[in-house]
Design a protein around this ligand. Sequence first.
Ligand code: UTP
Length: 292
Amino acid sequence: MTQRVRKAIIPAGGLGTRFLPATKAQPKEMLPLIDKPAIQYIVEEAVRSGIDSIVIVSGRHKRAIEDHFDKSAELEDELEERGNAEMLAVVREISQLADIYYVRQKEPLGLGHAVLCARRFIGDEPFAVLLGDDILMSEPPCLKQMIEVYEERQSSVIAVMEVPWDQTHKYGIVDIGGSLEVVATVKDLVEKPAPGEAPSNSAVVGRYVLEPAIFELLERAVPGKAGEIQLTDSLRQLNERNALTALRFEGRRYDVGDKLGFVQATIDLALEREDLGEDIKRYLLEKLPLLR
Ligand code: UTP
């Protein structure tokens, strides 16, 4: 019987060292892209994909995330008093987005460990994982397409996209034994292969739909590099039991945990905004000749 994918995990317990000192006292997932924290884009993608409950795995700076998705009675009263109906609606909507729960990852022992921390919340059903620093722009949302593929094929699904061949060392790479079709069966996965050793240039992006069997594998996983439990190792084992499906993601992807990706996302999003687009465009056009 097909089980619906209703729950999602958003791991947000990493240290965000690439963004220090901004991440010294706040999680990188709370850094804003224009005026919305990155993690809110992720929660919105999950909701638009049909997810109704979300667990956020957070670390030391859990408060800021929790407060963001909570009702803020004081702020709402203040905005009401000032007659700022537009902002009031924006603020209210955030606390009504989804049922959000929190688990604390006591130590940042890797992405695999973060997923394992949410085991009790998920139980024995398939679930989604959305990485807090991968922003994907597509219509329909990437996760929605992945859930449809999961329900059709009854095997775990990972989203992949082609990256330049000289960048494979930055990603998990899938071997699909040929060119990348929209949907393909995964032969193997390799974590960050050096250019020249990569079996393909199809890189894993931060969305997964997984069978609960992954938890047993994560439980038994041996910490690898820097004492971290990697998700990729357990995905490889899962793949041996029931081949994973790779779904080609078509859309824009930003790694907002990386400075360049963060700035690119900010510029693109600003250009698309009605209230900002024209001004930013004018500014960039003025600037451009000076950069040549
Ligand atoms: P990253 O490796 O991009 O996050 O993990 P990081 O370790 O915070 O970043 P840098 O390299 O130090 O700058 C991908 C996702 O997995 C989460 C992160 O929060 C991020 O969303 N993660 C990573 C955890 O939840 N726990 C961990 O132990 C590690």
